[in-house]
Design a protein around this ligand. Structure first.
Ligand code: GLN
Length: 493
């Protein structure tokens, strides 16, 4: 196997069985990053020394424990997930220089499975955004077209995997931040059920919506990564006790006679024709494989975006109160005239947070304030229940619900920077899975006329990631889009 043909976890396993070491694999990915990440800017920090040291220890341990599921597999980590000894900034000035004193549970589990953290990836500040443009270190570029956004907020993780700079990555998804960048970059991204993966060590954005999940080139790699990080954790009271099935084994069995619901009505307006065409072709593939396709109404789906943009900022305004210049990294310099504590808080938050984060804090503080709480926050929580009921009703007769992940393919960098409302509307198909807590996967399903990837989203029943992975693996067998490499990739497929 030639060095440049290594792309997936299976490739790494084969290469190691043929004699390559974890250090060789790690060195090869570090070289790819050094040679190709410049114009992409997926990484905010490359953990060169630590990764090589870790790979060395895997090589020593591997001999004793040949079954480590991720032995020597590099993993890129979104910069809002705590990693001991490496920077964790959530791409915010307010956390400039912050080094977490502990590993997030997902990092701990990945390390135990043999994975090697290769670096931290760029994101929208505190995961608030859909473009990875709101980052203190500058935007990430889409490997399919460097003039376009990679999506967000986990744009760095998605771009790293798409460009073959890391075989797998982890990110967080509060309203679509794993699935939307996965769609824009032509890879697989999965938001697990709320509670499936521990959030201990994830810098909180909106605690009733946040989930950590995998990015990968293939469904099978996403399943292997999910397997490693899923399961209850005593450090996160919201992590669920549900048993974690053996995802890898399940993938080998197709779902017998699946019924897939499509909410055709909500796809009538505002969906780019290229996206509609690629999505319809994907539905035809599923139908051709024996799936029964039925229409499902989701009458409250149209309220998902306004509901999300009340709930998420409200929770964010509370979660971000802790960044005050006292407890964490950044403190604004205080001149003698304003040397009291309150002005230090004010100036730290004013200069430490970017505009989008400040917009969310203000929105959230407003909707939670006395006199407005009932009209906004409480109402949004009620609508949230209605949205969940739509899904519960649909799941009485379908195994999964399919829709495009995003209404458009990747748009130009800077194109929507001045129009937050238009950006928010881009979350129209993703936000419901967070509001309802349900699992959802984005799979690459072809290209628009401009050659940009389009994503197919499948949403499943609570704690039924298995069905999504099995359907996804079946689709991928007949539609292996992942084999195409983007122009800016470190290897040519
Ligand atoms: N685009 C959404 C937002 O800006 C979702 C972000 C996310 O999932 N972290 O809030």
């Amino acid at each position: 196997m030639t060095a440049s043909s290594i792309q997936t976890i299976a490739d790494i396993r084969t290469a190691m069985a043929e004699g390559l070491t974890a250090v060789d694999i790690c060195a090869q990915y570090l070289e790819r990053i050094a040679a190709h990440d410049g114009p992409i800017h997926a990484f905010t920090h490359v953990a060169k020394e630590q990764a090589l040291e870790r790979a060395e220890s895997i090589d020593r341990r591997g001999a004793e424990d040949p079954d480590l599921p991720l032995a020597g597999v590099p993993v890129a980590v979104k910069d809002n997930i705590c990693t001991r000894g490496l920077p964790t900034t959530a791409s915010s000035r307010i956390l400039e220089g912050f080094v977490a004193p502990y590993d997030a549970t997902v990092i701990d589990r990945l390390t135990k499975a043999g994975a090697v953290v290769i670096g931290k990836t760029n994101c929208d500040e505190f995961a608030m955004g859909s473009t990875t443009e709101h980052s203190v270190s500058g935007p990430t570029h889409n490997p399919w077209d460097l003039e376009r956004v990679p999506g967000g907020s986990s744009g760095g993780s998605a771009a790293a995997v798409a460009a073959r700079l890391s075989p797998i990555a982890v990110g967080s998804d509060t309203g679509g931040s794993i699935r939307q960048p996965a769609a824009f970059c032509g890879i697989v991204g999965l938001k697990p059920t709320y509670g499936r993966v521990s959030r201990y060590g994830l810098l909180a954005f909106a605690s009733s919506l946040d989930q950590i999940g995998p990015f990968a080139l293939t469904v099978s790699d996403a399943a292997t990564l999910l397997q490693a990080i899923a399961g209850q954790d005593s450090c996160d009271a919201t992590s669920a006790v549900e048993a974690v099935p053996a995802f890898d084994a399940a993938l080998r069995e197709p779902v017998p006679n699946p019924t897939i619901g499509v909410p055709w009505q909500i796809l009538e307006d505002g969906v780019d024709p290229d996206v509609h065409t690629a999505f319809s072709a994907a539905i035809d593939v599923l139908r051709g494989q024996g799936a029964k396709i039925v229409d499902v109404p989701l009458p409250h789906a149209g309220y998902a975006v306004p509901t999300y943009y009340v709930v998420a900022p409200a929770e964010a305004s509370s979660n971000l109160a802790r960044y005050d210049g006292v407890r964490y990294a950044y403190r604004a310099p205080v001149d003698a005239a304003g040397a009291d504590l309150t002005s230090m808080y004010d100036r730290t938050r004013d200069t430490g947070f970017g505009d989008e984060v400040k917009r969310r804090i203000m929105l959230g503080t407003y909707t939670l304030s006395a006199g407005y709480y009932d009209a906004y926050y409480l109402k949004a929580q009620q609508v949230r229940t209605l949205i969940r009921r739509d899904y519960d009703t649909a799941f009485e007769r379908v195994d999964a619900i399919a829709m495009p992940t995003t209404p458009t393919p990747a748009f130009g960098l800077g194109e929507r920077s001045d129009d937050p409302l238009q950006l928010y509307m881009g979350d129209v198909f993703t936000a419901s899975a967070n509001l309802t807590g349900l699992p959802a996967i984005s799979l690459p399903c072809g290209y628009g006329a401009s050659g940009l990837p389009v994503g197919l989203q499948l949403t499943g029943r609570a704690f039924d990631e298995e069905t999504l992975l099995r359907l996804g693996a079946g689709y991928e067998r007949d539609a292996p889009w992942w084999r195409d490499t983007p122009p800016a990739a470190a290897i040519r497929g």
